[in-house]
Design a binder for this molecule. Structure first.
Ligand SMILES: [Zn+2]
Length: 455
C-alpha cells in the first residue's frame, strides 16, 4: 500500500461518469486504481488538493513542438507568407537538433503547467520531439511529415519516409509512438497521399493530414488556381493533378481515407465531406484559435458530432496560436460554436471539456483509457483550482472551468503516475531553468534574424 497515492479534491470529473463531489483518485505506479468518494478511497499517501477540480490529463490532438521557438515571430503575415517565413527561419536558424529538442521541452513544460499530458505532434524533424517527450515523461505521438507535390517525387519521398520511420521506431516506448503525416494537399501529390496511406496501413502507423484549411488550398484543389497553383506551375507541376470536388474528395480518390487519418482543421468541409469522413472512420483535430487567427473560418463541429465523427481539440503550433492551453482552447471552441450556430446550447462547456479529454483520447485512438478517470486507465491527471474568484460562486463545475478558470495554471499535473506540476510550478525546477536559459538564447537569436528579414 505504501506506493499508492490518493489525490483528493472537492470535485472529481471522471468524464466517463458524472462529477463526484468530495472525490478521490488513487494511483499505483502508472495506473489508476480507484475513482470515487474520498471516504471510500484506499489507504496510501494522501495529497489533498482542496477546493479544486481533479480530472483526466488534457489531450492536445495537434501540436508542432518544433516550432516553439517561433512564437510571436510570425505575426500579421498571411498564410502563404507565414509558411515561407517559418520554413526559412526553421531551416536557417533551427538546424541544430539540440535546439529543436530544447524548444520542444519548453513547449511540453508549458503544456504541463496547463494540465496537458498527451501531445499529438506533427513534425518534420521528429527525432528531437520524441526525445523531448520521453525525457519529459509525457504521452505522445509524433507524426513524421512527408512532402512532395510533384508526382515524379513520389517514390523518393516515400523511400525517405520509410528510412526515417525505421529509425524513429527504435525510439518508441509504451507512451511515445510514431506516425506519419503526408503534409497537406498543397505540398503532397495525389500519388504520394495514396502511397503513404498504403504504407501506414501495412505498417500499422497512425496518420494525420492538414486538410480543408485555407481558401488558397481550396483554390488549388477545386479550381486549379490561386497562389499554390501558380507556385506549382512555376515548378513545372500541373495543378490539375490535385483537382477534386473538395480536399476530402481528393484524399478519398487518392485512397488515403483508408488509413483513417486524423484530419487537422477541416474548416472547409460540406455535408458530403463530413459524411465521407465519418463513413471512413476518420477523426478530427479541431483547432479553433489557429483557424481564427489566419481568418480561415470556423470548423462545423456540431455537424461533425451529429455525424458521429471523433473530435479532439488541438492548439496547433504556438507560431499560429501563441498559447499551449487546451482548456482555453475548449473555451474558444465553445464560443465559436455558439457564434456559428447562434445558439448557446450546441456545444456546451461540459461537452467542450469532454472533447479536451476523453474525446481527444478517442480521436487519437492509440491508448486505452487516455482522457478518462477509471480503474485501470493510465495515471494521467490534472487539477485546476476552484477557490479563485473566477470560479465563484460555483453553480456548475464545467462552466466554472471552461469560462472562469481557463487560462490559469494547473494546481496539479501527473503524467504516467509522476507528479510534474504542483501549485502551478514545474516540479523539476533545476532542469526547467536550464532549458529556459538555453531557450532564451535561441529566442534572442531568432528575434534578431527576424527583425532583419525582408519578406
Ligand atoms: Zn498544424
Amino acid at each position: 500500500m505504501a506506493d499508492v497515492t490518493v489525490y483528493r479534491a472537492s470535485w472529481v470529473l471522471p468524464m466517463a461518469q458524472p462529477p463526484i463531489a468530495n472525490g478521490a483518485v488513487a494511483v499505483d505506479g502508472d495506473r489508476i486504481t480507484y475513482v470515487g468518494a474520498a471516504h471510500g478511497a484506499p489507504g496510501g499517501t494522501v495529497i489533498d488538493l482542496g477546493d479544486a477540480a481533479l480530472m483526466p490529463g488534457l489531450v492536445n490532438v495537434h501540436t508542432h513542438l518544433e516550432l516553439t521557438p517561433l512564437r510571436h515571430l510570425l505575426e500579421g503575415l498571411d498564410f502563404a507568407q507565414w509558411i515561407r517565413t517559418l520554413t526559412h527561419l526553421r531551416k536557417s536558424e533551427l538546424a541544430d537538433p539540440a535546439d529543436v529538442e530544447v524548444g520542444a521541452r519548453i513547449g511540453i513544460a508549458e503544456g504541463l503547467l496547463r494540465g496537458i499530458t498527451t501531445y499529438a505532434d506533427t513534425s518534420d524533424t521528429a527525432a528531437p520531439i520524441m526525445r523531448a517527450m520521453a525525457s519529459m515523461g509525457v504521452r505522445g505521438v509524433v507524426y513524421k511529415e512527408v512532402f512532395g507535390p510533384d508526382p515524379l517525387q513520389c517514390a523518393a519521398s516515400l523511400a525517405q519516409l520509410r528510412d526515417a520511420v525505421r529509425e524513429l521506431r527504435a525510439m518508441e516506448t509504451n507512451v511515445v509512438r510514431v506516425g506519419v503525416s503526408p503534409h497537406a494537399p498543397y505540398s503532397v501529390s495525389k500519388a504520394l497521399f495514396g502511397a503513404v496511406a498504403s504504407y501506414a496501413i501495412a505498417e500499422e502507423l497512425p496518420m494525420a493530414v492538414h486538410l480543408a484549411e485555407s481558401a488558397f488550398e481550396e483554390d488549388l484543389v477545386v479550381r486549379g488556381s490561386g497562389p499554390y497553383a501558380e507556385n506549382w506551375r512555376s515548378r513545372g507541376i500541373d495543378p490539375d493533378g490535385a483537382r477534386a470536388r473538395s480536399s476530402v474528395a481528393l484524399l478519398y480518390e487518392a485512397g488515403a481515407l483508408r488509413a483513417r487519418p486524423l484530419i487537422v482543421h477541416a474548416v472547409r468541409v460540406d455535408a458530403d465531406d463530413i459524411a465521407l469522413l465519418a463513413k471512413s472512420g476518420c477523426a478530427i483535430a479541431h483547432c479553433p484559435v489557429s483557424n481564427a487567427r489566419f481568418g480561415h473560418g470556423i470548423a462545423p463541429v456540431r455537424e461533425m458530432l451529429d455525424a458521429r465523427l471523433r473530435v479532439g481539440i488541438g492548439t496547433d503550433s504556438v507560431a499560429s496560436n501563441n498559447r499551449m492551453d487546451v482548456l482555453d482552447e475548449a473555451r474558444v471552441a465553445h464560443l465559436m460554436a455558439c457564434t456559428q450556430t447562434q445558439s448557446w446550447r450546441t456545444f456546451p462547456s461540459a461537452l467542450a471539456l469532454w472533447h479536451a479529454t476523453e474525446g481527444g483520447g478517442q480521436a487519437l485512438g492509440l491508448w486505452d483509457g487516455v482522457g478518462v478517470l477509471r480503474v485501470g486507465a493510465p495515471a494521467d491527471l490534472c487539477a485546476f483550482p476552484l477557490d479563485g474568484l473566477a470560479a465563484m460562486p460555483l453553480a456548475d463545475v464545467h462552466d466554472a472551468l471552461v469560462h472562469g478558470v481557463a487560462g490559469s495554471p494547473a494546481r496539479l499535473t501527473v503524467a504516467a503516475g509522476e507528479v510534474k506540476v504542483r501549485d502551478g510550478v514545474t516540479v523539476d525546477q533545476r532542469r526547467h531553468s536550464e532549458d529556459q536559459d538555453r531557450f532564451r538564447l535561441i529566442g534572442n537569436r531568432l528575434v534578431d534574424v527576424r527583425l532583419h528579414m525582408s519578406l
